[in-house]
Design a binder for this molecule. Sequence first.
Ligand code: GDP
Length: 365
Amino acid sequence: MKLGIVGLPNVGKSTLFNAITNAGAESANYPFCTIDPNVGVVAVPDERLDFLRDLYSPKKYTPAVIEFVDIAGLVRGASKGEGLGNKFLSNIRATDAVVHVVRCFDDADVVHVEGGADPLRDIEIINIELIMADMEMVERRIDKAKKAGKGGDKKFLHEAEVFEGLLAHLNDGKAARSYDGAPEDMELIATSELLSLKPVIYAANMDEKSFAAGYEKNAYYQTVKTYADGEESQVLPICAKTEQEIAELPDEDKQLFLEELGIRESGLDRLIKCSYSLLGLISFLTAGSDEVRAWTIRRGTKAPQAAGKIHSDFERGFIRAEVVAFDDLKACGTMAVARERGLIRSEGKEYVMKDGDVVTYRFNV
Ligand code: GDP
């Protein structure tokens, strides 16, 4: 899973990204992750995994991870090739979702490219660039569908109609994700790689004082929240500067620092959790003396496909999954007691995985 961090210059993207890389998991341990200075890999905090580690003392401990990509360089006119323009846009295309950092702090020492802080204007500058890039793609798609439908093929004529409806929506300056099409039309739209279709978390970046005083009282935050609510996107109040300070502390001091600030959870942890739920992700767990590990899947994934995350042989040769809910295992204390109490279920190939399932797969090789 990959999230792109976007926003205008000087809004706090690098500060947030630095916090992510400082807190980051060693990407060498995650061969499937890109090794790139603009990519930070963070572990998804999971207390269940900590419990399993205590239970098994495994040789290896592997939390689920999320990749964040710092996508710098978006300015007004990017869709027309200004700044890094097209390179920037293609970087966004490669992500699953977007974290849009919005400046919600005043600071005369930090230049704002567009003048003073004005969250609504800033959000719209970025969104309009994405929407304009999408309009070009949609126009091309309509042309193609119309050509293909010349002989009267209904499928293509319908496709052209669907994308024309979307084009009118984009033309009003609205993001593709807020388009209210029929479910089957939305599925068709999802086959195009539109930027403004990606789910978004608006990260309202506040100064330390204002964040500590209670973010709800910050008028800039309220503006961002109203906008996000309007398109059913998420909003995350955060102070990137504080996050960077927290990330630089040794682990044992982090909790203490958070307590001093009167916060339960770091903004980074909230960002990770928010990304997880935004993308409809859950984790299942595998545990043994070799490795304790969390695996990321989409909600609704069935047992064989989940097994395929571990190894394609597991999916191909799938027989059964032995599953115990994490809470049951925790209540029992050990796998042996869970077995005695009949809490380990044997599930077949139609079983839909649940968050926190602890699984052992049986498969043919
Ligand atoms: P980017 O261009 O979006 O990557 O922005 P940076 O992360 O480089 O931040 C630009 C400037 O804003 C830096 O000098 C940061 O120290 C400052 N900055 C970032 N976040 C905050 C914040 O929460 N409060 C204040 N006062 N300054 C911040």
